[in-house]
Design a protein around this ligand. Sequence first.
Ligand code: NAD
Length: 472
Amino acid sequence: MIDLEDFAQTLLSRVGVPQGATSSGGLVAHSPIDGKSIGKVATHTRHDIDAAVERGQEDFLAWRAVPAPRRGELIRLLAEQLRAEKEALGALVTIETGKILSEGTGEVQEMIDICDFAVGLSRQLYGLTIASERPGHRMMETWHPLGVVGVISAFNFPVAVWSWNFALAIVCGNSVVWKPSERTPLTALACQALFERAAKLFADAPPFLSQVIRGGVAVGEALVDNPKVALVSATGSTRMGREVGQRVARRLGRSLLELGGNNAVIVTPSADLELAIRGILFAAVGTAGQRCTSTRRLIVHASVRDTLVERLKTAYSGLSIGNPLEPKTLLGPLINAQAFDAMQAALRDARAEGGVVFGGDRVLQSEFPAAYYVKPAIVEMPSQTAVVQRETFAPILYVVTYQGFDDALEIQNAVAHGLSSSIFTNDVREAEMFMSAVGSDCGIANVNVGTSGAEIGGAFGGNKDTGGGRES
Ligand code: NAD
């Protein structure tokens, strides 16, 4: 197998990260492909972060006076850089997260899409004109920039989530300070380098519109606590969101929270099972179950349960698991040992709660002793027990059965999270009810397509313990 550290360093220098930026420091990046180190970066202190916010605030004051269509031009130039380096950045995402290559480059495509969207938006920052009750007056609303936007992102979408926030923040006249996941520092440096290339072509962009700060929870907290950070957009676990939301609220700042999900698919008696199997497989197994929108629960009508579960097991058995850089691979590794341990703990709990487990074992251990590849699991549960109600960030699909359609909706909504949901049905009344106010309580409701993924232009986000934020 190729040396992943060499490969990562080649890609980093290709996108313009200066040599030396990833060769020393306290934060070690590992590739989940083989578990080995691929680079080291220096971390920041609270003092560094406060200084970065100061610089960001100064540049915001200049940037807010630049006309919005001109600000859009900077993002158009960023999109050009992303188009030119899509393969390189995509491969780097694969090396750092373990997602398969088509998902790595797919994530970069999402960045390009949001840049295009933001460029269009830069000429469409409208406000309402409102009839005034006072004679000879008119009333209008004008949207102003906020200031420094703090972005905190998770490991599983290391570049797209930054771009969703960044492209919109910049065209709207803000500056951004980004704290990427401590597990994905290299892709963050690559994004910063590509932005700096775009900024050079723009010629007169203030130097600190985009800054990356590196480190773990303490670095995130320093960003969250800084009163000059006007908006904190945080993506990650519900545990993190609860802490961040409360800290920002304490100083009466604004937060946008994109948190965990426990997404379900309902399969009804009239469903096209072929379509359902493809949709469930992609959403439950894709990215090794490490998407916020991964399908974790299958709520299936008793009349089709046995057929569906048997066919899913057959499909699961044929999956190629392995190095995500190889084109034939459909399922790469889990991010690290903790993710593997959490998966095994969930499977143990599921068995204790009456579940019957198919799959879930570790594979390829002799080839990759320091990496964690698993067979995805299907777990048939007697009901929606405690383990089914929590998000385990791994490829586990819990199956529960329903009899009446109202029961299916009740089971679907009876968890703490509310991100994505799907129904497979050919009955238009069921589909309409699912999408109505008495149907799915999630931010995203799909019909005849799986739960995972998002599309630029439709507000992305979820309700309840998912945090209530909307992006893109
Ligand atoms: P995580 O919560 O462990 O970390 C996310 C980020 O928050 C990291 O950058 C981390 O350093 C930072 N952080 C953690 N605690 C913090 C604190 N107290 N103050 C400030 N920053 C803090 O999440 P993860 O393991 O990287 O990602 C997986 C989780 O993210 C899952 O729950 C998944 O569902 C969720 N996620 C949600 C979305 C969404 O859009 N809804 C997208 C991707 C991932």
